[in-house]
Ligand binder design. Structure first.
Ligand SMILES: Cc1cc2nc3c(=O)[nH]c(=O)nc-3n(C[C@H](O)[C@H](O)[C@H](O)COP(=O)(O)O)c2cc1C
Length: 206
């Protein structure tokens, strides 16, 4: 039975149901290194669900300040070549260039999450970029929950304007929030050391 409306929203007495399996997933989730990901990536129907989950993130002002670029084989190979070319132009160490180009060349499938801030008097750009970050994590988690391996990468290419313009045709106000690589992962790597949350937490006095 709806209680009194607040802000025009009918309130119900039902508190949200618990999802212990989801909490357990969040407490144990971990990325899979890109080099361990194998084809096939998600089908179109699977990707549609993953992107729908990724777009279901907090977004102050409902501005949707992000968008997706789907990168399949041909695009990944083209970006691998451009990444190598730009790495040399930028004077990056050859082994770093090879490693960065390999993240595209060896990837079975990826989604570039583009941070695309909207002009807004109310919502500062940093909040819009943070929302794009939330989209990246949500996409990684949705892919892991779907049984894929996934990881969020950036590298010098993500921050190189020429790479973003020539390789991804980004608009001047746009930048890469992350390259989310998705594929099958047969091997589960050992977990990495996790933060000491108690050491990171301060209870503020009244
Ligand atoms: C914005 C951002 C960029 C990242 N870029 C890279 C990268 O270029 N290369 C890399 O090895 N890990 C990168 N990482 C770290 C991986 O995404 C991930 O945190 C790490 O593999 C551990 O994964 P897990 O804590 O999700 O299990 C980045 C993370 C973030 C948040």
């Amino acid at each position: 039975m709806p209680r009194t409306a607040t802000h025009g929203i009918a309130m119900t007495d039902a508190s949200p149901p618990t999802h212990p399996d989801v909490l357990e997933f969040l407490l144990t989730r971990r990325s899979r290194p890109a080099k361990m990901l194998r084809a096939p990536g998600p089908s179109r129907a699977e990707l549609d669900r993953l992107l729908t989950a990724a777009a279901r993130v907090p977004d102050h002002g409902k501005l949707e300040p992000w968008r997706f670029l789907v990168l399949e084989r041909a695009a990944l190979d083209r970006l691998a070549d451009l990444c190598a070319e730009r790495g040399a132009d930028l004077g990056e160490a050859p082994e770093k260039v090879e490693k960065a180009a390999a993240t595209f060349r060896d990837s079975p499938f990826a989604v570039a999450v583009v941070s695309s801030p909207r002009p807004s008097e109310k919502i500062p750009e940093i909040e819009q970029v943070l929302s794009a970050g939330a989209v990246c994590l949500s996409l990684v988690n949705a892919a892991l929950a779907q049984g894929f391996g996934a990881c969020w990468l950036s590298g010098y290419a993500a921050h190189d304007r020429a790479f973003c313009d020539r390789g991804l045709s980004l608009a001047p106000h746009e930048r890469i929030a992350g390259f989310i690589h998705i594929g099958r992962a047969e091997i589960t790597p050992p977990d990495r050391p996790r933060p000491d949350v108690a050491a990171l937490t301060t209870w503020l006095e009244g």
